[in-house]
Design a protein around this ligand. Structure first.
Ligand code: GAP
Length: 510
């Protein structure tokens, strides 16, 4: 399905609505509808269980969004959490300078991929892609140009060289996609934090920020958590919560929002062991995505050349969204940067006493950080399909089906009486519904023909539909239909609750 179809499906079936839509919406802000909130909660639960339930040495936290303003000074966000901003003087449109260059690079990559696809078609089975990429003159030339631009971008970004970024845009003759002109302003730094004001303190003193990452709530609570839970290194603190960023270019639906949710885990480790844990968490997190059914070929690592101010190693897990491979999760070796900065600015020790070494030190931190909304988009875009299925009269018809992993599907089971207004059937179906509703989210639906009811459930990803018919009154059995295989099986009513609960059990993924 293309991206537009995904967005409209999300709206039509109550997954995602534009925020305050009756006022024409607010850009890059979205509300999760009845099915959306269930799917999102299930994603969060899968993450939380895999971190907190499955690791004795990882504990949870729910810190406040507002934090003491010094937090953001210490963390470097006041001084360094900037994006390079550039305006086109003719269209008056605002862009991120680095994204303009990245888009330019993506076009070169697109041309290379076209060359590869053409050659593949020409040579068929005999085609060796690796050899083609390393020997074809045009591809080598394009790849060289691509890599040179990438390395210039990385150095200019990490040096904070705004003039260099502007000259790169000019050198590449990048034009504004709206006006087509190359009439750019200077590139300048733009801080991404939203600020607000405490009610009882005037001026700069009372300036508060909406947190741009949840991680700092974990750092400032490091000792509280360590002492109250008596954890030893290595140990982790996990948190799910809202974060806010005044993104310059917020587009691509819920991919880049100004208010979004993060699932972050900070793993406190002994200095010197960070590369071991970096590799461990890279693999562990990739496996977590795959266990949900995300295809391996849609996931890849992308190591950072341009490191954030706090990191000594970083990689992204990228997913192939409908608009290309983009960051889904970040894995960062944050050294002791944050704890040390908080220690210095607060004057409070943030150290761990290591009984084996008989000394205290500031731990290093390995972070995993995945956006909940981006996870949502990966699951929806991967699962939404249109397929041809056999009809009851032997013909074929198309259906829209959301093949979500049953463990995260919003509704796990629908109970469908075969006919309505038949008292005995309604009663039997209501009894079945009552049996199931205590263990999983279940829907009762008696409106329209059975085929249409199946389609409604397919479209929201319900993995199992249970039909209650006249035979049920005699044999105390119901028919359970599998969303993906369309197989139908007759099962006893007194086992239906445990059958459904077992089929959708999230613990099997962990
Ligand atoms: N604490 C580290 C940190 O915040 P990040 O790479 O800036 O690192 C982590 O963000 C994750 O948060 C990203 O991989 C992405 O999934 C999500 N994220 C970041 N900005 C976002 C935005 N504007 N909208 C939606 N998700 C976002």
């Amino acid at each position: 399905m293309d991206f537009k179809q995904i967005i409209s499906h999300c709206k039509e079936y109550g997954f995602i609505f534009p925020s305050s839509e009756i006022y024409d919406g607010l850009s890059a802000t979205y509300d999760y509808g009845p099915n959306g909130v269930e799917l999102k909660n299930n994603i969060k639960s899968y993450w939380w269980k895999s971190m907190v339930q499955m690791h004795q040495n990882i504990v949870g936290l729910d810190a406040a969004i507002f934090m003491h303003p010094k937090t953001w000074k210490a963390s470097g966000h006041v001084d360094a959490f900037n994006d390079p901003l550039v305006d086109n003087k003719d269209s008056k449109k605002r862009y991120r300078a680095d994204v303009l260059v990245e888009d330019f690079m993506a076009k070169i990559e697109g041309k290379i991929n076209k060359d590869v696809a053409k050659a593949k078609k020409k040579f068929g089975d005999a085609f060796n892609e690796e050899e083609f990429r390393s020997t074809n003159g045009r591809v080598i030339e394009r790849q060289k140009k691509h890599d040179e631009i990438g390395s210039k971008l990385a150095t200019r970004m990490s040096d904070g060289d705004m003039e260099g970024l502007k000259s790169l845009i000019e050198e590449l003759e990048i034009a504004c996609p709206i006006s087509g002109s190359k009439n750019w302003t200077d590139v300048r730094q733009f801080n991404l934090m939203f600020s607000t004001q405490l009610g009882n303190v005037a001026g700069e003193e009372g300036k508060l920020y909406l947190r741009p990452e949840t991680a700092q709530g974990i750092f400032v609570n490091f000792l509280n958590v360590q002492k109250s839970t008596r954890q030893k290194l290595p140990f982790g603190i996990a948190q799910i919560g809202k974060a806010f960023r005044n993104e310059i270019v917020a587009r691509q639906f819920i991919f880049r929002m100004r208010e979004f949710e993060q699932m972050e885990m900070q793993y406190f480790i002994k200095p010197g062991t960070e590369m071991k844990w970096f590799d461990y968490w890279k693999q562990t997190r990739l496996d977590w995505h795959k266990a949900l059914g995300t295809p391996a070929e849609k996931l890849r690592f992308h190591d950072h050349e341009n490191l954030a101010h706090y990191a000594n190693a970083a990689t992204d897990i990228q997913f192939e969204f409908p608009f290309g491979f983009k960051e889904l999760e970040g894995i960062h070796s944050r050294t002791d940067f944050d704890l040390k900065s908080h220690q210095e600015l607060s004057g409070k020790k943030l150290q761990f006493f290591d009984p084996e070494m008989n000394e205290s030190y500031v731990p290093y931190v390995l972070e995993t950080s995945v956006g909940c909304d981006r996870m949502f988009l990966t699951q929806i875009s991967n699962a939404l399909q249109e397929e041809t299925v056999p009809d009851k009269d032997g013909k074929e018809s198309t259906r829209t089906v959301l093949k979500l992993n049953p463990a995260i599907a919003p509704v796990k089971c629908a109970v469908l009486p075969l006919v309505k207004n038949k008292e005995e059937i309604t009663k039997a179906a209501t009894d079945v519904f009552d049996k199931i509703k205590g263990s999983v989210l279940c829907q009762y639906d008696e409106k329209d023909a059975i085929g249409r009811r199946y389609r409604r459930q397919d479209a929201i990803g319900t993995p199992y539909c249970v039909t209650v018919d006249f035979d049920s009154l005699e044999d105390n059995c119901v028919t359970i239909r599998d969303r993906d295989t369309l197989t139908q099986e007759r099962v006893p009513i007194d086992k239906i609750q445990s059958i459904v609960a077992d089929k959708v059990d999230m613990n099997k993924l962990l």
